[in-house]
Design a binder for this molecule. Structure first.
Ligand code: NAD
Ligand code: UGA
Length: 478
């Protein structure tokens, strides 16, 4: 088997972009061409000002600076880049189906299928096709069938393919670190030489013992299972935080106490506003669909419970805010600090902030939203509502009845707090743990509530500044 010289990645998203950039950085002898049908996204990847890259990931801009134009390109030349590649990564989106059979649970594979058709048409010679997207078990079979069907049966085959599964485990916000120092690399497949070719790429920086080889179905299923287990831990800890609030226990103490058990481990035990992100919910629902498909209703119900608990928990927080503000929030101003689904990313997909903000708007609040990386345009899309214009003198206003159900983006947190009845921390951005609460307290309307859904504040800072504090999972909450 010849060495891989040229790779094409279809999909320049949160996975394709960082993953291929790190491979380009670690393998200067391989040409990496990332292609996407979204012209606007590709233009942003090519912007000379690295602040305009479409994805914010710590450290990614430096890698792009080093590799772009050398062995890394971003383009919409899908046909050309497929035809020149020895190896093709499929890294396109696989959202939950919204209509038809399996709607609301099964993955929509239309983009994966269209990639397979493009590869079948444009690839030349022998090509290794790698599933990077997260896919239902047995998808490799579909890809193989599409690739094979494109070949003439009679003549000597001009094109040959091998399909591998190589799921990605990076988490957003720490993508570069996760890619540079992965816990493991998983490669599933049938062809030893294809597996070797891909393993050789990773061996440039990943220790050999961390590169795992499995059969292709185990690889596909392991990805869904890893996400299901991680999400399950969050729903578990969030369910216990509700018990803490009712009993006087404290979730931070409970997390620490159980996390010290080496069988449980301390990671992923932070109670928060509920998990978000583009994948946990969709991957669990995909697992639920698979279980139902294979006539395993108990298994399906077990995993569906993880998603149901998460939905319930997010609405629980909205209800709690309303209840603390005397049961009504209409005509009141609420400041939301943090809109991304976690810190260090501009991604808002499935963010708990979307559910909670929608609930608060529905109840008639005026909300002022701050986030260091998410744009007001993105929030408009997520809330399906335009923001009002920013020329309000908040300090002069006695109430916000004229702004019921409206929202505004506020880049200055201190201005956002002016005349607010509550500040709600939904994302654990580092800057929020450094807020000067003395200044905030002077600006807010009394009684002023601070809801810390991420446990990032020092309670003393809040209460010493005559602010009322509610913390997630805190049994001493008033
Ligand atoms: P994304 O939506 O950010 O990017 C996907 C890109 O694929 C889009 O830019 C889209 O335009 C492009 N695309 C779709 N069909 C195409 C086609 N036929 N030709 C060319 N381009 C096409 O998605 P993402 O977050 O990067 O996720 C991609 C996959 O990786 C999903 O299956 C997801 O479950 C999985 N995954 C995501 C993460 C994550 O942190 N986001 C982590 C691990 C795995
Ligand atoms: C997750 C997995 O961690 C990755 O391994 C996986 O590759 C990826 O999904 C994927 O397949 O898309 P990601 O969604 O980027 O990564 O972020 P996580 O760090 O897992 O956080 C997910 C959600 O759980 C966030 O909303 C986060 O705030 C929340 N969370 C996480 C908690 O509420 N508490 C915790 O202790 C940890």
């Amino acid at each position: 088997m010849n060495k891989i010289k040229t790779i094409c990645c279809i999909g320049a998203g949160y996975v394709g972009g960082p993953t291929m950039s790190v491979i380009a950085d670690k393998c200067p002898n391989i040409n990496i061409n990332i292609v996407d049908k979204n012209k606007e996204r590709i233009e942003l990847w090519n912007s000379s000002n690295l602040k305009n890259l479409p994805i914010f990931e710590p450290g990614l801009d430096k890698i792009i600076e080093r590799c772009r134009g050398k062995n890394l390109t971003f383009s919409t030349n899908i046909e050309e880049k497929i035809s020149s590649a020895d190896m093709i990564f499929i890294s396109v989106n696989t959202p939950t189906k919204t209509k038809g059979i399996g709607a609301g649970q099964a993955s929509d594979l239309k983009w994966v299928e269209s990639c397979a058709r493009e590869v079948a048409k444009f690839a030349t010679g022998h090509t290794i096709v790698v599933e990077k997207s997260t896919l239902p078990v047995k998808t490799a079979e579909v890809i193989k069938k599409i690739l094979e069907a494109s070949q003439p049966k009679t003549t000597i085959q001009e094109k040959t393919f091998h399909v591998l599964s190589n799921p990605e485990f990076l988490a957003e916000g720490s993508a570069v670190k996760d890619l540079e120092e992965p816990d493991r690399i998983l490669i599933g497949g049938e062809s030893n030489h294809a597996i070797e070719a891909l393993s050789n790429i990773y061996r440039n920086w990943v220790p050999a013992e961390k590169i795992l080889h499995t059969n292709i179905w185990s690889s596909e299923l392991s990805k869904l299972t890893a996400n299901a287990f991680l999400a399950q831990r969050i729903s578990s800890i969030n369910s216990i935080s509700a018990i803490c609030e009712s009993t006087g226990a404290d979730i931070r103490e409970v997390s620490r106490a159980i996390g010290l058990d080496s069988r449980i481990g301390s990671k992923f035990l932070n109670s928060g506003p509920g998990f978000g992100g583009s994948c946990f919910k969709k991957d669990i629902l995909n697992l639920v669909y698979l279980a139902k498909f294979f006539d395993l209703p108990e298994v399906a119900n077990f995993w569906e419970g993880v998603v149901n608990l998460n939905d319930w928990h997010q609405h629980r927080l909205s209800k709690l805010i309303i209840q603390k503000l005397f049961g009504t929030i209409s005509g009141k101003k609420i400041s939301i600090f943090g809109f991304s689904f976690k810190a260090n990313t501009n991604d808002t997909r499935e963010s708990a902030a979307i559910t909670i903000c929608k609930d608060l708007l529905e109840e008639g609040a005026f909300i002022s939203i701050n986030d260091p990386k998410v744009t007001d345009k993105q929030i408009e899309k997520d809330l399906e509502k335009k923001s009002i214009k920013n020329n309000i003198n908040y300090s002069k206003k006695l109430d916000f009845f004229d702004l019921e159900g409206e929202w505004i983006f506020e880049s200055n947190i201190y201005k956002s707090a002016e005349n607010s009845d509550a500040v709600v921390i939904l994302t654990e951005w580092e800057e929020y743990s450094k807020i000067n609460w003395r200044i905030i307290s002077k600006k807010m309307r009394k009684p002023s509530w601070i809801f810390d859904a991420r446990s990032i504040l020092n309670p003393k800072d809040i209460v010493d500044n005559e602010l009322l504090l509610w913390r997630i999972g805190d049994g001493s909450n008033k």
